[in-house]
Design a protein around this ligand. Structure first.
Ligand SMILES: NC(=O)c1ccc[n+]([C@@H]2O[C@H](COP(=O)([O-])OP(=O)(O)OC[C@H]3O[C@@H](n4cnc5c(N)ncnc54)[C@H](OP(=O)(O)O)[C@@H]3O)[C@@H](O)[C@H]2O)c1
Length: 191
């Protein structure tokens, strides 16, 4: 299958993910600043470019955090590009964060960006189950191992394990749809 990913296959979560996908014979198309797609410079133009690329891909993994709500906007544009062109046999996996379930007066925008993305995923998962529509799944992660240094003392989820979970969602039998999963690394001591 051809898989479009927002991220850089040389680093962060995209690295172990692409390694796994390519080992299984999938073709990965990664878009990030390294490929000339900088979402911060001209978000709307880059979002349109990526939505166009998605038309020829079977799966879109919306991985890069893409701030200022652009991850949700990108999800919308890709979904719309598929539906408007009758391309309903597609799958989107949105990567969120478990920060979005905290309900204690959060003031950082990232929290609300991820909440918006999860709301988008939940709303769009339903037609994928009941109608002729693309499938949409959502995976929320707690802190990943590439952010260990910024969070001293916190236990983190290894990038490789996170990539395995994405693959697991992607590889479910066609007759089942995973709407959403949410995974945190346990912080307390355990035997
Ligand atoms: N890491 C964590 O602790 C953590 C925790 C919870 C959830 N998440 C979520 O998991 C997903 C993956 O996180 P991640 O840690 O792998 O990294 P990320 O911060 O989402 O970045 C992934 C890749 O995006 C590219 N990128 C950065 N700025 C860009 C820009 N302006 N335009 C286009 N591409 C850009 C970078 O590659 P280039 O340098 O080539 O541009 C980078 O390697 C995200 O959605 C994140 O919110 C992460």
């Amino acid at each position: 299958m051809k898989i479009l990913i927002t991220g850089n296959k040389e680093k962060d979560l995209a690295k172990p993910l692409v390694e796994r996908l390519e080992a299984k014979g999938h073709e990965c198309l990664c878009v990030s600043r390294a490929s000339g797609h900088d979402f911060e410079k001209d978000p709307y133009d880059v979002i349109s470019q990526v939505a166009k690329l998605a038309r020829d891909c079977d799966i879109f993994i919306n991985l890069y955090a893409n701030y200022f709500f652009n991850q949700t906007l990108l999800a919308h544009k890709v979904y719309k590009a598929w539906v408007d062109n009758g391309l309903t046999n597609k799958m989107m996996i949105n990567i969120g964060s478990t920060t979005d379930r905290v309900r204690r007066g959060k003031t950082n925008l990232y929290h609300y960006e991820k909440l918006a993305l999860r709301e988008f995923s939940q709303g769009h998962a339903l037609p994928g189950v009941w109608d002729e529509a693309p499938r949409v799944s959502h995976i929320s992660f707690g802190t990943l191992s590439n952010r260990s240094e910024q969070n001293p003392g916190r236990k983190t989820l290894p990038l490789e394990k996170a990539a395995d979970y994405i693959l697991w969602v992607m590889e479910q039998p066609k007759e089942f749809h995973i709407n959403e999963i949410s995974i945190d690394p346990v912080q307390r001591n355990y035997p």
